[in-house]
Design a protein around this ligand. Structure first.
Ligand code: CA2
Length: 149
């Protein structure tokens, strides 16, 4: 089986679907995981969420050893974590930074991402539909890379 895509979610996203539906919608993170798996039934997917920065860093390290791509919604760590940025810099494959909301339409504190400069692509503002779109984009990138290898 091909190497898995890692889909990593940062703090508070375990509460998705329970508050601020006008910004984040009513879909839960378990439903988002199901949407990702349905988008790529043949593809191994590791789907995780943590409220702890070190755990996300450890999972990026795991993806460096075992993963083919990373889709990451770092949530509030987007704007604070040089440590996650440093870990992502070591990943040799494609990285999609994903936000449910359009962070650029929001307050200035949401505008400066530490992750964007090390990401291959950024998706923001498509709601939770952005996740399966990111999965499909990841499959596209992998097949293009395989074709040119
Ligand atoms: O839009 C996104 O996906 C964000 O990464 C979500 C983060 C926020 O800090 C980023 O600026 C944008 C916050 C996630 C908060 O978690 C929630 C929990 C329950 C309901 C809604 C959000």
């Amino acid at each position: 089986m091909s190497k898995p895509i890692y889909i990593l979610n940062g703090p508070n996203l375990n509460r998705l679907g329970t508050r601020e539906p006008e910004i984040y919608g009513r879909t839960t993170l378990a439903e988002v995981e199901a949407m990702c798996r349905a988008a790529a039934p043949e593809q191994a997917i590791v789907f995780r969420q943590s409220n702890r920065e070190y755990e996300i860093i450890d999972w990026v390290h795991e993806a460096i050893d075992e993963g083919s791509g990373i889709i990451i919604n770092p949530a509030a760590f987007t704007f604070t974590s040089m440590a996650i940025m440093d870990a992502l810099k070591m990943f040799p494959g494609p990285i999609v930074e994903l936000h449910i909301s359009n962070i650029h339409r929001r307050e200035p504190i949401y505008h400066k991402s530490y992750v964007s400069p090390v990401a291959t692509a950024v998706i923001a503002g498509l709601g939770t539909e952005g996740y399966p779109i990111a999965v499909k984009a990841m499959l596209n990138m992998s097949s293009k890379a395989a074709a040119s290898a």
